[in-house]
Design a protein around this ligand. Sequence first.
Ligand SMILES: [Cu+2]
Length: 245
Amino acid sequence: MEPRARGRFRFALSFGVLALPACADGFRFGAPDPVTGEGQEVLELWRGSHWVAAGVGLLIYGLVVFAVLRYRRRNDDLPSQTPENIPVEIAYTLTPLVIVAVLFGFTVVTQQRVTALSADPDVVVDVVGFQWSWEFKYPEEAVTVASDGVGAPRIVLPVGSTVRFRLASSDVVHSFWVPRFLVKRDLIPGVNNQFDVDVVDAGEWVGRCAEFCGLDHYRMRFEVAAVPEAQYRAWLDEQREVSAP
Ligand SMILES: [Cu+2]
């Protein structure tokens, strides 16, 4: 292959390699596949921001390549010396400001939707984080799930429901994080944090503490399962039997 053709081939290949991960995960750009309505909103914002960035990147790289080829040195003459170009300077000052303002606007709207609390959630789960595990209470069902000291505690939720998580910490700051929810919230001693998720997909997912909280922080795992309503009811009955004196 001619050196020039080889260079072009490498150039095309590197673009392909850069684009590959984006295509491989269904254009989620590295984000987990969301299983909650809130997660879908977050993904849309994430995806939109990446498309905007890709557009800006392509434009800039295109202009760089154009300038390099079109205005490459051909002789020893000085190119035309332009001290200023006010319209161009205004354009490249205003354009980034507009881009940032638009991204900010979409972020505010998404954040408001994601953090909105339902007037009447279907399920309420009280979460207590402590060094180094979790306790989950279903106050309306008189069910408590805690770690047995060995395995990770496992909670079950009904698919298609709005679930309210009310978070409390009994010692230091922890963070409740189920990556597939695409929602995360801190548990801060003395602060009553809460959030809602619409569970739209069935499945089993891992959750963990996302705030370094001490030596055994890594042990703060839990499991979340989303199942049909009947199965959820059966699980609640099972838990009541287990915890009955
Ligand atoms: Cu932790």
